[in-house]
Design a protein. Sequence first.
Length: 467
Amino acid sequence: MDQLLAEVTDCEFKIAVERSRPKSWLKTVSAFANTIGGTVLFGVDDATHKPVGLENPQADVEFITQQIRDRIDPAPHFRIEIVERAPRLNLVAVSVDPDMQTPHYYHADGRRVAFVRLGDESIEAPSEVLNELILKGTNQTYDGLPTNIKLEDASFTVLRATYKRRCGGDFTQSDFSSFGLTDAVGNLTNAGALLADEPLVRHSRIFCTRWNGLHKDEALDDAEYSGSLLILLREGEAFAKRHNRLSWVKTPDARDDRPSYAERAITEALVNALIHRDYLVLGSEVHLDIYDNRLSISSPGVMPRNGRLPDDVAHDEIESIRRNPVLADLFQRMDFMERRGSGLRMICQATESEDNYEERFLPKFENGNGFFRVTLWDMNYKEVSETDQVTDQVTDQVTDQVGRLLAALGNEKLSAAELMDRLSLSHRPTFRENYLNPALAAGLIERTVPDKPNSRLQRYQRSQKTQ
């Protein structure tokens, strides 16, 4: 008898129908009903995945049906059938549908527990997931819940200006109600609070960090932003752009600029993180981390209903399930996103459209362990030996920032402060990292003042040697 493939998110094997410990399989029924549905297959060895059959499948069917009705509240929609694998080798398949009447609790011994699927396991729902299930069961979402904040007690200058610029019309007083930003009595919903200029939702923040090297060891630049989601999006884009290195290639009549990351991909990833994150996870925030070889954007919460990503995100369809539909509708109206669940595909397509794209730079998506993460690979990053490093920097890997520095310097001798002024730069760590240190390391400029021991340039050179 052939072995079945494997236990996965929507399939679990049981060697028998355990009557003395029905919780061992009833918790999986609860988990399937609360997330994406699935099938429990009885009569399969869960260690070897080999079908072994059941002695009395009809009696098992009756027991399973009764236990689900008695121990799962509310009872989920399910189908149960006897599957004949060979003569006198019968299995029982219990197929559970995902349901909107969540949470489906397993209750026994005075306890009521809701389970969800995590990979191939059924686990007790964490508090934030349970809260989301309760909202779904009452046909509500976090962003549509009312607050006790009056509309007149908040300001919306960024929202009004952004809407005017992107939609061409004014954001009127009646739009607050029609877009779901206020309730029937004029209080802000959570969506309204998230779009106010003031930071009314404490854990709606974005932490941005440029790390030195490939790990979280030394921060070269960092910033924390709060307030309107539109402010978070704007500042996140600006931080990423500040560290988006440009290389260039000469063409017969011009030059071809090549960014480390496609700006459209960064915007799509930031919008995805801010709109689809789980705001029920208190004390959490969106993180934008930039390393020498990659940029990652992570947000709290996995895809709604623990959805799975297709094998080919760049081309396969992704089911559109919106955790925060009020926010999603407004951002779609302002043309920041689409409703069809195509955001991840657009991240891939925007990256692939760059001239310096290679297959190894295909964005990476991670969905699990309580977060969703998008990783974009630095398309200008090269792992080079110490002897090749100077040559690479002097030729096609000389950044646009270094070119600007050389143009500003000309034949003069200028201080670092004077150079920053000519370049209209005010952030000294960015000037050192992207302009001064690469030019010094490549031998394109030289200091007229002796360098200090253990200087930042020396640390920069050491970090380049370890790449």
